[in-house]
Every structure is written in structure tokens, then in C-alpha cells.
Design a protein around this ligand. Sequence first.
Ligand code: PLP
Length: 479
Amino acid sequence: MHVLYYRIEGMLKREEFKINVDPIINWIQSYFENIESFPVKSQVNPGEVLNALPDSHPQSPESIPEIMKDLDDIILPGITHWQHPNYHAYFPANASIESLYAEMITSAIAAQCMIWETSPSAAELEQRMMEWLRSMLGLPNDMEGVIQDTASTATLCAIISAREKSTNHKANFEGVPQVLRVYCSSQTHSSIDKAVAIAGIGRNNLVKIKVDEKMSMDPKDLERCIILDLKSGYIPCCVVSAMGTTGTVAIDPIHDISRICMKYNIWHHVDAAYAGTAMILPEYQHLMKGVEDADSFVFNPHKWMFTHFDCSVYFVKDASALINAFEITPEYLKTETRGQVNDYRDWGVQLGRRFRALKLWFVIRTHGVEGIQSKLRKHIELSTYFTSFINQHIGLEHLTDPILNFNIFHVRESDDIEECNRKTADLLDKINSTGKVFLSHTKVNGRYGIRVVIGQTYVEKAHVDLLINTIKTCYKGLS
Ligand code: PLP
């Protein structure tokens, strides 16, 4: 991308900020206008970017124009364009212009919002945004929210809170007894495995519960495992249910799981990292049944709610359980306002915190709930359109039922699983090698499937048509 720059070297003064603003804004505008001309998935080979970067650091100052040239020549080819409307891989991290404006202002203010005193507005705006989101999602009023960086961190917070509750707050001081058990389905995200390891509970104490044909947790198997563990002297500590698994967006029976957790006094954490955003739509509210009895709930506005990464929202019923697990107050963090305000350093792992509430404020105000709902519905409609293409294409078949804006399909020309897997993997490779679209994969019961998530902020029907045509062409090229 070619833009003119003023030649200014060395560290700029604040009064000189505007000197490079036009060229940089032009670069961003040009990036947005040209985004569809780039391969969606970066086509560089391992080491290519590294080798293009000098071995040693610069001794004397370099200019912004020199750096911007390298940005175009070295960095940009190694970028996978998550904001490209033909990006349908993994789950989206769909940003928006309004969120970008807020991120620019947040970067200018560059506040570190660890406690109320270090920026009261950050703390109080965060509190209000959590209340707005709670009502947008139909979460119960007795849940309080906090912004975490990612769902992985939020789930770690839930598991540590559950651990502390189960051990009468002893584990933080005396270490973790090796009798605690955590439960999740075989389909839940790897962040649960990571969290039990970090929390000191141990991955061997994570019990993976069977799933049904819809890939949802079997509540009977959950109860059976809990009873077995109790008989063997274990302490069931936490159940993590999924409202939308990563592989296939399967929804666990939240209501049944809540009931079991209440019966055995176990913390119930709902991981709605991706699908949680859909709860803003009244037509999906029925999936929330049982969440009112859960202990905690996480969803990521940075996935499907047009808000820049990172922004994961964690709701907890008993905020004091979270605070008791994480609070440490050295002398230098003592304040006069303690007890009257939310000091969010006590609500998670990090001490230092970014001012993340501002981008939520911009997104929710500029879109309004109606604007967010209409975009989500559009994605779901486009996805349904894609569903009918798969239904009609001979040789392609869904691996699980489509849900929300998600499809997973495979090549099904015979009953030979190995043959189907080889052809599906080959098809995915061919599709991604075109650079026109980007899809990712998973395995369901040993079957290799191609995942398609239509949730990019600026996706239109024409992009889905391009996806369909790319799949058709690549399918014809299979041997
Ligand atoms: N939970 C689910 C269901 C996910 O799909 C993901 C990521 O895709 C995560 C958790 C982890 O999210 P994060 O990257 O915010 O940690």
C-alpha cells in the first residue's frame, strides 16, 4: 500500500502527534479498502518473516516511513486477515469501526486500570457495561460481571473460585488437596484442561463426561461420575458446561446440569465463549434455561459482538467467592475508597488491566441492541443459505446439524471413513490454498470435518457465493 509520509525521525513530541496521523489513517483506510485483495490466510512459509527481519536491533533511530515500508513488505504478507469477509475459520474475532475508534482513544489515554483510584471512569464504566450486557443476555440480576482478557482466563477464575469454595479457602494457603474433581464433556474447550492444570487440581482429576449424538453432555453420565467419585472419597468441585462447543457449537443441557450441581453443591460454570452472543436474540433465549442457577458464565464479545480482541465477559453469582480467591492487598494498593467501589484487580489474575469497557460502550451505543440483533440475524441467514448448498451438493454432507451461523461438512462418497477423511482434508487444503477463503477443521467421532462460521462483521451474500463456488471448484479437482 502506497502512502506519503513526512520524514520525522526519533521520538516524537506529543505536539507532533498529528504529523504522521494522516498517512497512518490513510494506511488503515487503504487496508480496509484493499482487504479483499489479500489472501485471507497468510501464504508465507515458516521462517519467512523471521528471515526478512534484521538479526540485530537498530542502534540509531529509524523513521516511521521506513517502518511503514517494512510493514507493507515484510509484515503484511505474514498476516492472516481476520477482518476479511471471506474469513470463516475457527470462530471469528469480528471487530468494527466503532470499536476501533474506542481502541484508538483507549490507546491514547493508555490508562492502567488496576484499581478504582487509577481511573474511576474505567471501573464505573466497566460496572455499567456489565449491567447492560447482563440485561441484553437475560442473565439474572444477582450475577455481577467483570471484563477478562480471554475466556481461558475467565474459566481459570471460575475453577479457582470453585477450588477455594470446596476447600473452605484453604487451598490458596495450604496447597491443593489431590482429591478435587472437575467435570466437563469430552467436547469442551482445551482451556478447561489448561485451567485445572494451572489451578493445581491436576489434569488427571478432570473427568470427561460422555456426549450424546448431538455432542451435548449426557447429564446421566455426569451424575453417575459424581456419585462414583463421592464413593471413592473425591470432592466434586466444579462442572464446566458448554453453551456452544468449539468443535461443533453443541449446547449442553444447562438446566439439567444446574440441577445436578445444586443437588451435590458443586460450582457450575457455563462456557458460552462463542455462542453467548446469540443470547441477545430473543429467539435463542430458551437456551438460557438453567443459567439462572449456575454460579458463573463467560462469553466473548471479542468473538461475535463486533468488539476488538481482547474482551471476554465473566459473570459470577457470588462475587465475594471470586474476590476471596484473588484478593491480595499489599500496602501500596491500600486505598481510602476500599469497600465502596469495585477494585477489579481482585476479580481475576492480572493486577494491571487495560481499559476495555470503552470499546463495549462505543459498540453498544453506536449499534444499539437492535443493530447488533440485525447483524447476528443476517449472519444466521447467510449460514442457512450455506446450509442449503451443502444439502444439495452430491458428495458433501453435514457431520452435525447446523446451528446458529455454524456448519460442519465432509466429503461423503463412500462408507470408508479413512477415504472420506483423506478427501475432506485434501478438499480443505485445496480451498485454503486458493487464498480466496479461509476455513478450519475438526474431527467428530473420528470423522474429519470442515467448519464454516459465517460471522465476519462485513460479510455479504456475495462472499458466501464466492465460498460456495470455491468449494465447488475445489471439489471437482479432488482425485
Ligand atoms: N471456550 C470455547 C467454547 C471456545 O470456543 C474458545 C475459543 O474458541 C475458548 C473457550 C477460549 O477462548 P479464548 O481465546 O477467549 O480464551
